[in-house]
Design a protein around this ligand. Sequence first.
Ligand code: FES
Length: 315
Amino acid sequence: MIDTVRGRLVKKEPLSSDICSFTFESIGSGFTGLEAGSHVDVVLGPELIRNYSVWEWGEGGDYLSVAVKREDDGRGGSIAMHELAVGAEVKLGGPRNNFPIVSDSQPIVLIGGGIGITPIYAMACALQQAGRDFEVYYLVRSHEMAAFDPMFKKLELGDCYHLHCDDTDGFVDFGDLIGAHPAETHYYVCGPEALLEIIRKASADHERGTVFFERFSPVNEERSNPNSAFEVIIHSSQEIIRVMEDQSILSALRDRGYTVDFSCSNGLCGSCITDVLEGEIDHRDSVLDDEERDSGDCMCICVSRAISGRLVLDL
Ligand code: FES
């Protein structure tokens, strides 16, 4: 499980027909370590933990706000969130930031599709405060779905803010968009997987390490390696644990009584990232960047597996 602090829902505000903002005040110790791009785990039940990007927070960590789109056909997390009543207490884990602003002096383009705008809005606020050069593209199907448009208007970004509604503006040509910006531009993108895939293809010729993605659903990659059983060795105890074909490393460790951090179990949140001392990793997460994968020294144990027959974990 994850380390958590308790929060009380003090404000629940509809931002559109299906998106609501939830503001939690901390009970006891405050929320610490929040920055643009951070997300928190909201514990909604024993097996119901969801990760949501934080779009605003109090400087002293006394409160934080997330925005959640209700997905009636989803896995239940958004419905549980929308059913929370003001006054409800929940446990909040994190924050973690897999989507930090890492650019130094490069111009920045922020792209948010639908509810993927939540970390993008926090980044826009941080960049504006820092006096940085940036633009925002907010992509929605129609104007009624632009839940964060009023907040962006208040930032008064002028020509640097672009609201794009598919029904009135047509579809964005991301090749043109990227071509219209200087080559050294850094892009930060969050939204549905289809949007990310289009931008990934459009930016394929862009320098590696200059386009950053935040996902809220796992990447659907064709797997050339079928699942097979392998062993993990716990470095501290030298215990050998067999991970079966239909089992994750995380569940194998938990079955053997190990307490390890985890939250989404889907390769999305990064809470289960574990150092690897030996062995070749079959990365299947949506969190680690190319550099981290290439280093071969860490993995998300909830989804990733071994290519070699054995992995030595730094546990
Ligand atoms: S538990 Fe979220 S990435 Fe593994």
